[in-house]
Structures are given as structure tokens and as C-alpha cells.
Design a protein. Structure first.
Length: 150
């Protein structure tokens, strides 16, 4: 059976196939026909839409989507890295707004550590590696760490 999920980055009428018996269709965009009875793929293939039961059974619960665990990215204070450089890294790597980046930097300066962002582990590690590489290139000991979100 084909189950549909609204794609978060497209308008509500664009769907993605999450579990398709036809493996070749996985990952292709599809739109719902005006009368909402068919799912029309960009390949010209149409699938008939059928009403799904509104109740959740034990079988459905067993196949529930598990969310990616999220991790807290922390910046640590040091006595060498200039404050404006920390703000620049927070803005360029983590995409923080200027005022928020400055608040995070000041919190780390006063308390020793500050929360930068809460991200999936892969993205958290990727951005930490980018920030560490940037800091090492500039010869600063700026350090980030991550921990599971409580």
C-alpha cells in the first residue's frame, strides 16, 4: 500500500511517496489531481487515491516514524579567541542572527559554555567540524561540543 506524506518544502498539494510497492517511483514528485482521486507523477504515471482509515492500529503504531535524535551544540569559552571572531563563526556556520550570536558569545564568555543550536547529530557534527576547521585555520582554540537533548 502507498502512503503519502506532505513534503515540508513544497506547497500542500505536492506529496512524496514514503512507502511504495513500485520502487522506481520512490523519490519522484507527484501532485494530486483537481478532483483528488489520482496522484499524478511527473513521469506521467497516475495512482488512484483511496481513503485511509482514521484509526491507528497496533500494526500502524509499530511502523510509526521515529524522529532523528536531536543534539545540543555548545560553544566553550577560551581566553584566546576574540569575541568578534566567535560571533562571525556563529553567524557564518550556524546561521545565527547578529544579536543572537552576540548573546550566545557573551553567555559563553560569562558562564564558560553556551547553547548554540539544537540539531540532528549528523548536522551538529558537520557544523562543529566546519567551525573547528575555520578556527584552526585562523589559529584559534575555539571549541564546540554536542550532547543529547534532554
Amino acid at each position: 500500500m502507498t502512503s503519502l506524506q506532505v513534503h515540508p518544502h513544497f506547497p500542500r498539494h505536492v506529496y512524496s511517496v514514503t512507502d511504495s510497492p513500485v520502487r522506481a517511483l520512490r523519490g519522484f514528485q507527484a501532485t494530486v489531481s483537481p478532483n483528488r482521486s489520482f496522484l499524478r507523477y511527473s513521469l506521467g504515471i497516475e495512482l488512484e487515491l483511496k481513503a485511509m482509515p482514521a484509526t491507528v492500529t497496533q500494526t500502524d503504531a509499530a511502523h510509526a516514524v521515529r524522529l532523528t535524535p536531536r543534539y545540543r551544540v555548545l560553544v566553550h569559552n577560551d581566553d584566546v579567541t576574540p569575541m568578534d571572531y566567535v560571533v562571525r563563526v556563529l553567524r557564518s556556520i550556524f546561521g545565527l542572527e547578529p544579536t543572537h550570536a552576540e548573546q550566545v558569545m557573551l553567555e559563553a564568555h560569562h558562564t564558560g559554555v553556551a547553547l548554540v543550536a539544537v540539531l540532528p547529530i549528523e548536522l551538529a557534527e558537520f557544523r562543529m567540524d566546519q567551525a573547528h576547521s575555520l578556527a584552526r585555520t585562523a589559529r584559534y582554540p575555539l571549541r564546540f561540543s554536542c550532547e543529547p537533548e534532554a
